[in-house]
Design a protein around this ligand. Structure first.
Ligand code: TPP
Length: 312
């Protein structure tokens, strides 16, 4: 069975500010470098790249403050880089080298830094974020808890328990669903009855579906949503129809060639390159070179010390 993805790409992407473009390209080249290193046998464990989905956290970046909580999932490198702009710390974490954000204990999927937390356990973050949102409502009104999750994660019961309480208690909880049409190897149409919007509405929770992959368009659509979550202390589900350009994790892409081609045709990267070749070329080359430097720097470091993690 194939995923149904019929949305047409918008005519032309909006020209981006240098900072946004740099961040998008930093994430892109970071992810490509990881896949490259895995391919050469230089990394252990696993990793899930967000190739094609980079614009989601980049669009959200200026809408979030340091005091907001962000809960990420297994596909979290872009979420982390958009929040901290720290490729050295993240790569050191994945490689288990000195300077790692969590001393190399967390790896690709389990990161804790300030008010940012990721987990590879699908759905786990949503009730935790609901609890944090309750705390924020009581002690820091105006702050919110944001959770990133995929469409497949709507198969986890914990999501519904959290939505139920968030609606009843009026919690400042924002669920950002990166709906890439597939969960590992299972197309969304084969595992999700009804719709994500219908499920949110069943709990009286508002839902917005965004189909654009244009950073500016996504940001403009999300700006009033975050304002509403903060001002009214209310949960909200935002669903972004996105495209996973890379494999599920490393070499495991079970999609048919035409499905992969469809995702690539909707990739913001290729479309932006075509629309603004001169601006794109300069920034793309700069970020590619920067990531290569980061890789060389971190790969030359000694192993991280796990005992430091025990000491907290
Ligand atoms: C509780 C739990 N069950 C299964 C897995 C294995 N697993 C990792 S990613 C994934 C698919 C997740 O799909 P989705 O939520 O759509 O996110 P995507 O990978 O598409 O970004 C699964 C089943 C897991 N990590 N946690």
């Amino acid at each position: 069975m194939t995923a149904t993805r019929t949305e047409a790409p918008p005519i032309a992407p909006t020209r981006l500010a240098a900072t946004d473009l740099d961040l998008l390209l930093l994430i892109r080249h970071f992810e490509l470098a990881l896949l490259d290193m895995f391919g050469r046998g230089e990394l252990n464990g696993t990793t899930h790249t967000c190739l094609g989905q980079e614009y989601v956290p980049v669009a959200l970046r200026p809408l979030l403050g340091d005091d907001d909580f962000v809960f990420s999932n297994h596909r979290g490198h872009g979420h982390y880089l958009a929040r901290f702009n720290d490729p050295h710390g993240l790569l050191a974490e994945v490689m288990g080298r000195e300077g790692a954000v969590c001393q190399g204990v967390g790896g690709s999927q389990h990161i804790l830094r300030d008010r940012y937390l990721s987990t590879g356990v699908q759905g786990e973050s949503v009730p935790v974020a609901a609890g944090v949102a309750l705390h924020l409502k009581r002690t820091e009104p105006g702050r919110l808890a944001l959770v990133y999750l995929g469409d497949g994660t709507w198969g986890e019961g914990a999501v519904y328990e959290a939505l139920n309480m968030a609606a009843l208690w009026g919690l400042p909880l924002l669920l950002v669903v990166e709906n890439n049409g597939i969960a590992q190897s299972t197309p969304t149409v084969a595992q999700l009855a009804g719709s994500i919007g219908g499920r949110a509405r069943a709990f009286g929770v508002d839902h917005l579906r965004v189909t654009s992959t244009d950073t500016e368009v996504v940001r403009a659509a999300l700006t009033p949503v975050l304002r509403r979550v903060r001002e009214r202390s209310t949960p909200y589900v935002v669903e972004l129809l996105t495209h996973r350009v890379g494999p599920h994790s490393k070499g495991d892409d079970s999609r048919r060639p035409e499905e992969i081609a469809y995702a690539r045709a909707h990739d913001w990267y290729a479309r932006y390159a075509q629309a603004y070749p001169e601006q794109f070329g300069v920034h793309d080359e700069r970020q590619r070179a920067y990531v290569a430097q980061v890789v060389a720097d971190v790969a030359g470091r000694p192993a991280s010390d796990w005992a430091e993690a025990d000491r907290g």
